[in-house]
Design a protein around this ligand. Sequence first.
Ligand code: PNS
Length: 166
Amino acid sequence: MTDTRQVIAYCPGSFDPITHGHLDIIERAAKMFTGVIIAVAADAQKDHLFSLDERVQMCREVCAHLPNVSVEAFSGLLVEAAHQAGASVIVKGLRQSFDLSHEGPMTYMNRSLRPEIETIFLLANPAVTYVSSSLIKWVCGMGGDISPHVPPLVARKLRERLGRAD
Ligand code: PNS
């Protein structure tokens, strides 16, 4: 059996921006594994509100209290980036059943590419099952209060970027 205390976990996503939903998963993974690498996807095909550097920086700042968590950017195949980083587990969060239908095919594909890298899913804390970066950006852009769902630093940056700063 794998000793999970000696395993580095790779936690990938767009993090555009990081939310309390992401933090829930990252903080729990940090308790389970030797180290957790937050892997911020460059993914040039997607339109991001924040640049890659901004997304990485926000992740660094809001995870500064977690000593075994680091942040890096990645591009290309997720399993290759995880392998390069020395991670043997990919950790993702599941909020609702539709997350599983989206994640399932990618998980099987990733396993076929690199069978030695296991993907595990943590069920989201019930309080954050409806929180997503997309909804947060939408609501903030229309002047809604997103402060319960993101760290204060992220709320401030979102309001500035979306022209909703006081
Ligand atoms: O936060 P997101 O946007 O849901 O994250 C998606 C992400 C970055 C995990 C996904 O797009 C991904 O794995 N990208 C890396 C490219 C890759 O490996 N594609 C093949 C997956 S089978």
